[in-house]
Design a protein around this ligand. Structure first.
Ligand SMILES: [Zn+2]
Length: 183
């Protein structure tokens, strides 16, 4: 049982190994800060497809994660489930995560996730961008309020990488992300 707080400073990332049954609580303490997460094998498109069928019937996909969304690997097997969400901001399931190639720019979420998960960029899955507000395919500054949080339950063991996104388009402010492993 660990309930220790990890503070991820703006523009940085951490990874969290979870056993089945543990939950990851991810919070924007100041509001307005996007947090990308991914794990080895995460399949963004299958996640859109399977949740779309479950929520809306055959022939549908979803574009955002919400309470009850299950995150799949490529098998597909269920790996994580969103079991709590108190934010009015959407949680994007379409964008891949920001990535910078100019060495003068700070590292983007894909660069950061590659580092903390030890997965080369060529093999790194797309992310789910928590608190990232996307409407009609366009990212807006996040309307997440201070203290907004989600919880992800590990259905099977997984190491989850989480960022405090440095992207310019989606963050209302650049602040820390707070993470706790619960259970
Ligand atoms: Zn980002």
């Amino acid at each position: 049982m660990s309930n220790e707080l990890t503070v991820i400073p703006a523009g940085q990332a951490c990874s969290f190994p979870l056993s089945a049954g543990q939950r990851l609580r991810i919070e924007t303490p100041e509001g307005g800060q996007v947090a990308d997460f991914t794990f080895r094998g995460f399949h963004q498109a299958l996640t859109r497809r399977i949740n779309g069928t479950a929520e809306r019937g055959p022939g549908h996909v979803v574009y955002v994660a919400k309470l009850g969304t299950i995150f799949y690997n490529g098998v597909p097997e269920p790996v994580l489930e969103m079991v709590a969400n108190n934010s009015a901001a959407t949680h994007d399931l379409v964008f891949p995560g920001c990535q910078y190639t100019n060495p003068r720019d700070p590292l983007g979420c894909r660069n950061l996730l590659s580092q903390v998960l030890g997965i080369p960029l060529a093999e790194l899955p797309a992310a789910c961008s928590l608190f990232m507000h996307v409407v009609d395919g366009r990212a807006f500054p996040s309307p997440a309020r201070p203290g907004d949080h989600v919880e992800l339950l590990a259905i099977q063991p997984a190491t989850v990488g989480v960022t405090a996104c440095p992207g310019r388009n989606s963050n209302a402010v650049h602040g820390p992300i707070h993470v706790r492993v619960v259970g």
